[in-house]
Design a protein around this ligand. Structure first.
Ligand SMILES: [Zn+2]
Length: 283
């Protein structure tokens, strides 16, 4: 099931209870989700363990700026960003939660991603984008309200489609111009104004590979907190045209035999890999 992909809530629902940020925080000792760049700071020498108020080294203990995002194993979990120029002290290791080959386990990667997404929103939502005044929190959630002009602002989560297109026993893969030679993945892209998700799938396949598709069906989705997307996965069947890369955004586009696929750039925890493994096998 796609809900079991890393970064989706199901991955941590046995450990984590989300809480609204404005609830009373009685300063009960708890765990610290300390992020530095795209890494999570953990106790070195443990089996990947979050710092607690008792175990955090003094030189990375944040002074203010901690936001309680919920409960972790029943105790308050507070998140903060550590500036990138703060050296990682002894007793601490920084493990990436982003990238194709990270070693952090799925639960910690998921909570790190959630923390990163929340901190990104908090950092970007301090002022009203309509009039520039400082905003206040709307009780009970992560939204903000502008006291000057009354505008409400809610977390920005950007939908992206990703689609596996099949033609008999061949699959459509593309190489983004920014990827190294030999790495391919599925057609993907951001939802545009006025589009349904299916229309977005159709347009992206047209733009990236110049073909028409039919029989578009939803298969699952994944939170992608880099910084704040939701990847919405689809399957589709080839319906016409000749595959051709646009040569700008997409360097190569082609059909590949389902039993002989090239390297995928998304990493083993991405929905791209999940779709290929779940639906890319023998037709
Ligand atoms: Zn305003």
């Amino acid at each position: 099931m796609s809900s079991h992909l890393p970064f989706n809530t199901t991955m941590i629902s046995h450990l984590f209870t989300p809480l609204p940020p404005d609830g009373a925080d009685d300063a009960t000792p708890g765990f610290l989700l300390l992020l530095q760049g795209s890494s999570l700071l953990l106790r070195a020498g443990t089996a990947q363990e979050l710092f607690s108020d008792e175990t955090v080294p003094a030189n990375i203990r944040p002074h203010g700026g901690l936001i309680r995002i919920g409960l972790w194993q029943g105790k308050p979990l507070r998140a903060a960003r550590i500036p990138s120029d703060v050296p990682v002290p002894d007793g601490c290791e920084a493990l990436p939660f982003q990238g194709p080959d990270f070693t952090l386990d799925n639960t910690l990667a998921t909570i790190a991603g959630r923390g990163a997404q929340i901190l990104h929103w908090e950092r970007r939502s301090r002022f009203c984008s309509h009039c520039g005044s400082a905003v206040a929190r709307i009780p009970g959630g992560w939204g903000k309200r502008c006291p000057a002009c009354g505008e409400d602002h809610f977390p920005h989560i950007h939908p992206c489609i990703i689609v596996l297109v099949r033609r008999g026993d061949k699959l459509l893969l593309i190489r983004n111009a920014a990827w190294s030679v030999g790495r391919f993945s599925l057609v993907a892209g951001f939802l545009d104004f006025g589009e349904s998700l299916e229309e977005c799938v159709q347009r992206e396949v047209r733009e990236e590979a110049a073909i028409e598709i039919a029989n578009i069906r939803y298969v699952g989705s994944q939170c992608w907190p880099f910084p704040s997307q939701v990847m919405v996965g689809f399957l589709a069947d080839y319906a016409g045209g000749e595959v051709k890369a646009d040569g700008v955004e997409v360097a190569e586009a082609d059909w590949f035999p389902e039993d002989d696929l090239p390297m995928s750039p998304g990493g083993k925890r991405s929905i791209a890999r999940w779709i290929l493994e779940t639906y890319g096998g023998k037709s």
